[in-house]
Ligand binder design. Structure first.
Ligand code: FUC
Length: 826
């Protein structure tokens, strides 16, 4: 690629984006009504006793220090302030915009010319590289300039005629803020706040004026409410004012008597004709009095105060916003009405534990594990704190449960948590890595149910994306480009040099296949997965074209995310298409359907441009050998085939070595999600110690020199800024270091690999409940870096081969059968 272009795309563009976004990300106006100055703090609180905990000795000053809770329908951030508690919250369907098709009528007419220009670009590049492979002599440089001019023409044409209408998609929005302002609490002693991942309970405790105050908060999935309880250990000592407001200008709050107490109702709309929302805070108190005031509810002399917070919008589906937010709130309110705090908490704990409790991970515990979480992040790289890695792994599982539950929207760029009217990248669904990374842990980390919202979104996208396939490509099936939003936009957005990226839908469709591989649920495969996979494959069956230069089939126009501009046939496209085709062929066979279609896919798959090894020993990112070994771009798209794909594995040493070389060129320090991806890749390269180098970068504090990403004090991952994909990438990566199951045996069963990439710094530990393809669950214990004990359990019955180092064991298990493995494999 031309140097100046590379510089613009890899260095200047991200820098400009960050600068532009920094200006645009003006914080939403979260205003504490009647704010009081913060308290002064004394004493040093002891660490909480729960083992999986994030904890702090001071309240959150900034949003990225607050603690997240969520039930997939609502998310909330708890600040734990004294004297003012702030609970900033979201409802999953509060977005800008309204139902809209983003397809660009007539777009298909531009397609042949775009392809022609890009093929000319390739011919010119080929001529330049023949003159000089490094593109340094004058004649070669001139050819490259001409090639670049063709690319620019194709990109300009696309901007005129091929892009989404409008060019940008919509934004995920905050919903509201709950404020609880206490009186007479200007000092606090022995303050601490913590989030216990085992019970998904956020607690704040401190003493003030000789009284111990405690606040507990959870987001209940079964009762669809955020529940908060405030207690004082001396009767009648709770005195506060509770208020509810929103950063949306068009919003008002009213106060009214409600069953057993008082209620605040916040009503608003994001924009005219768009999403309308309502949120209700329902207050009940033991002792004391609740009095309505003009802008809030006064609590006087209570011993316990309970608030249930619900929210709903007019959103019914991506095509229908005729719902009634008030009726929605009334329905939700009834779920928790009349229940005691103990009942609400017990239902929440049971629900959370049934899912979260499936996996336990012990990587060893050192004294560092007792330190406050913000201190642990500061000290991780230089210290010895393996439990922080276990905590971040479990936090990933916790965050997935909190942000992605059946019936809700999928986890977006920030999960379900956002306090800004102009969030980074609109907090929508970027599909060239981010949305997919959010779901990497769902299967291996035993939370397959959490992918339901993504699968439901794919149902929608198979409709909106079919309109785009037809309008832009004249093709069957469905396509999703670089992004989608609440309205299921699927057309190429923003700019042609990165927005025209073809395999978003195809990549997401492979997650359906993964769900089948892990669960062996044939009904799911036949009813839900295969029809969507088929549509995604049909699009490529129709749009792959023969490359006049090589006679191979290639995709395009597309790009290798987000560098190098518009091109034909980037390696990543082909890797994803091959994977999807292979999955469709196998699924059609299992379901005994679509013989001809499967044969067509097989014939096309065999003709897709092969992987190529380039002049620097690298796996080529493009059809031409133009990778720059100094390029440390955050995207490692050509390595998709190693992870999350599984076409290049240790079984193919040549390509495996080339892919590894490419990863070495990209380096170990990057932004958050990029490091999350690299941990998974090093796991697949069976190099746990190199993965650990990346984990040390990933688990350090935000704002270090030389590392873009890191962790905020609340363990949210930084892209920068906060983006949740890095949390999920790290979670999946830690699982991948301990267990892999992507390689097939000759008979098609899976090879289940125990401790394929155990870092030396985790010499002793155990994990239970990790999932493997083929419907297996695996427990492993290790000591001094060696396997100590292992057990495999089959869900659906079937065969597999288990591997540890050079030893293998072939097994056939009945449904529900378990088997000890260690004596044979040690
Ligand atoms: C991708 C990345 C960016 C950012 C954005 C939301 O496009 O290249 O770094 O994560 O998504």
């Amino acid at each position: 690629m031309k140097r100046s272009l590379r510089l613009t795309v890899t260095v200047l563009l991200p820098a400009l984006l960050v600068a532009w976004n920094a200006a645009a990300w003006a914080r939403a106006a979260a205003v504490a009504p009647g704010a009081a100055p913060p308290a002064t703090f004394a004493g040093v609180a002891a660490p909480p006793t729960c083992p999986l905990v994030l904890w702090y000795r001071r309240p959150a000053k900034i949003w990225e220090e607050a603690l997240p809770v969520g039930n997939g329908h609502m998310g909330a951030m708890v600040f734990g302030g004294v004297p003012t508690e702030h609970i900033q919250f979201n409802e999953h369907t509060v977005w800008t915009g309204q139902p809209h098709s983003y397809a660009h009528a007539g777009a298909v007419q531009a397609l042949p010319e775009m392809r022609r220009l890009l093929q000319e670009m390739r011919t010119l590049e080929g001529e330049a590289f023949r003159l000089d492979p490094k593109g340094e002599v004058k004649a070669a440089r001139e050819k490259l300039q001409q090639a670049h001019a063709r690319q620019k023409d194709a990109e300009d044409l696309a901007m005129k005629q091929f892009m989404s209408e409008p060019l940008h998609q919509n934004k995920y929005q905050p919903c509201g803020d709950l404020w609880i302002q206490f009186e007479g609490q200007s000092q606090a002693a022995d303050y601490r706040r913590w989030l216990d991942l085992d019970s998904a309970l956020a607690t704040t405790a401190y003493q003030s004026g000789g009284v111990t105050y405690r606040r507990e908060l959870f987001a209940s999935f079964p009762d669809s409410a955020i529940c908060v309880r405030f207690t004082a250990d001396k009767p009648g000592m709770l005195n506060c004012v509770v208020r509810l407001n929103s950063p949306h200008k068009d919003s008002q709050t009213t106060v009214a008597a409600a069953q057993g107490g008082q209620a605040l109702a916040l009503r608003g709309q994001v924009e005219t004709g768009g999403i309308r929302f309502e949120s209700r805070a329902l207050l009940t108190a033991d002792g004391g009095a609740l009095t309505a005031e003009s802008d809030g509810i006064r609590v006087a002399g209570a011993s316990t105060l309970v608030i249930r917070l619900v929210a709903a919008t007019n959103f019914k589906s991506y095509r229908d916003i005729s719902g009634d937010p008030a009726a929605g709130c009334a329905t939700l309110e009834k779920l928790s009405a009349g229940k005691t705090w103990e009942q609400l908490l017990a239902a929440h704990r049971a629900d959370h534990h049934a899912l979260f409790g499936r996996v336990a991970l012990d990587l060893g515990r050192t004294p560092a594990a007792a330190n406050p979480t913000d201190q642990r992040i500061q000290e991780f790289a230089a210290g010895n704190d393996p439990q922080l890695a276990a905590l971040v792994f479990q936090y990933g599982r916790y965050l997935l449960l909190a942000s992605s539950r059946p019936g809700g929207q999928p986890a977006n760029l920030q999960g379900i948590w956002n306090d800004k009217l102009n969030p980074p990248w609109d907090s929508k669904y970027t599909c060239n890595i981010n949305t997919e990374m959010n779901y990497w842990p769902s299967e291996p980390a035993a939370l397959g149910e959490c992918a339901a919202p993504l699968f439901a979104a794919l149902e929608d996208l198979s409709v909106s994306g079919a309109a785009v396939a037809k309008t832009h490509y004249g093709a069957r099936g469905w396509v999703v480009h670089h992004n989608f939003d609440l309205w299921r936009g699927a057309a190429p957005i923003n700019a042609s040099n990165h927005g025209i990226w073809l395999p978003g839908g195809a990549w997401m469709a492979t997650q359906l296949w993964e769900h089948y591989l892990f669960t062996q649920d044939k009904e799911f495969l036949g009813k839900a997965a295969y029809p969507l996979m088929k549509g995604a494959a049909q699009f490529f069956a129709d749009t792959l074209i023969e490359d006049p230069l090589t006679k191979c089939l290639i995709s395009g126009p597309s790009n290798s995310p987000e560098q190098g501009g518009l091109v034909m046939g980037p390696t990543m496209d082909h890797a994803i298409i091959r994977s999807l085709f292979a999955a469709c062929i196998e699924a059609a066979g299992l379901l005994q359907t679509d013989k001809d279609f499967a044969a067509d896919l097989a014939a096309k798959m065999a003709r897709i441009a092969p992987y190529r090894i380039g002049q620097y020993g690298q796996l080529q990112e493009w059809l031409e050998d133009k990778d720059n070994p100094k390029n440390n771009h955050r995207h490692v798209s050509h390595l998709w085939t190693v992870y999350p794909g599984a076409q290049i594995t240790w079984q193919d040493q040549k390509l495996f070595a080339a892919a590894r070389q490419s990863l070495l060129y990209r380096g170990d320090a990057a932004n958050g999600w990029s490091m999350g991806w690299k941990v998974n890749l090093w796991a697949r390269f069976r190099d746990g110690d190199h993965a650990m180098v990346v984990l040390k970068n990933l688990f350090g504090p935000v704002g270090r020199k030389g590392v873009a990403g890191g962790l905020y004090p609340n363990l949210f991952d930084s892209c920068p800024p906060f983006q949740i994909d890095g949390n999920f990438g790290a979670c999946a990566g830690i699982a991948e270091l301990l267990l892999q199951s992507h390689v097939r045996n000759a008979d098609g069963t899976f090879l289940i690999d125990l401790l394929p990439a155990l870092p030396k710094s985790w010499p002793t530990g155990s994990v239970t409940g990790l999932c493997a393809r083929g419907g297996f669950t695996v427990d492993i214990a290790w000591k001094d870096g060696m396997l100590a004990a292992a057990m495999i359990r089959s869900g659906s019955g079937g065969a597999c081969t288990v591997q540890y180092g050079t030893k293998t064991l072939a097994l056939t298990l009945k449904p529900g059968e378990a088997k000890q493995l260690a004596p044979a494999l040690r």
